[in-house]
Design a protein around this ligand. Structure first.
Ligand code: DX5
Ligand code: ZN
Length: 217
């Protein structure tokens, strides 16, 4: 499975309806929504109301990445708002197994996110429970940052762990992904590619999505 998930963080929020239509027509597979609380990460974006409003605009799978403290307090609200996938940071959760089950109980797919400095070794016990693992390839908080090159080896290591444990977990990667590195990441075992700046910051976002899809086909 190989999917492209444009991140609306880099879109123009005042034109959100037409921007979503444009990436949908270009073949985007999911819509990645970055929720930031100004506490877990040094930036603030939006909450469940925005997710509910976007839900009304699109049939695309909504991939909600929670960069917030105490995510257990909010996951049900995001699920109710229409999130199809919900991911929470390992670094923000005290009882990750309980939280992953809480997400699954809402009917959403549950993802566990690792910051760049967190080793995939911490996933050993949660891997059989998580639907997907989201590896951050930049420090979370902002779009348009430079790809952290050691993330490729990290994806390979996680791929090997998944094979060894024989789970159905898929790998998503987020941060600094574009046409120059997507093929290499796909070869390293990444299944879902988040791209904010590479899509919305390009002269022709639709063409960029088409190129990305070709590179991972
Ligand atoms: C960063 C966010 C990303 C961001 C990626 O904290 O989690 O989803 O939108 O943006 P780019 O692709 O520009 O690095
Ligand atoms: Zn994200």
């Amino acid at each position: 499975m190989k999917l492209i998930a444009p991140s609306v963080l880099s879109a123009d929020f005042s034109q959100i309806a037409s921007q979503i239509e444009m990436i949908t027509d270009a073949g985007a597979d999911l819509l990645h929504l970055d929720v930031m609380d100004g506490h877990f990460v040094p930036n603030i974006t939006f909450g469940p109301k925005m997710v509910a409003d976007i839900r009304k605009l699109t049939k695309l799978t909504l991939d909600v990445h929670l960069m917030i403290s105490e995510p257990e307090k909010y996951v049900n609200e995001f699920a109710k708002a229409g999130a199809d996938w919900i991911s929470v940071h390992h670094e923000a959760s005290k009882h990750l197994n309980r939280l992953v089950n809480q997400i699954k109980d809402t009917g959403a797919k549950a993802g566990v996110v690792l910051n760049p400095a967190t080793s995939v070794d911490v996933l050993e016990e949660i891997l059989p429970y998580a639907d997907f693992i989201l590896l951050m390839s930049v420090n979370p908080g902002f779009g348009g940052q430079k790809f952290i090159t050691t993330s490729t080896a990290k994806a390979k290591k996680l791929s090997a762990m998944i094979k060894e444990q024989n789970t159905k977990t898929f790998i998503e990667m987020d941060g600094g992904i574009g046409i120059e590195n997507i093929k290499m990441l796909s070869d390293a075992g990444v299944n879902v590619f988040v791209a904010g700046n590479a899509v919305f910051g390009s002269a022709d976002p639709a063409e960029t999505i088409t190129k990305m899809k070709k590179l991972i086909a």
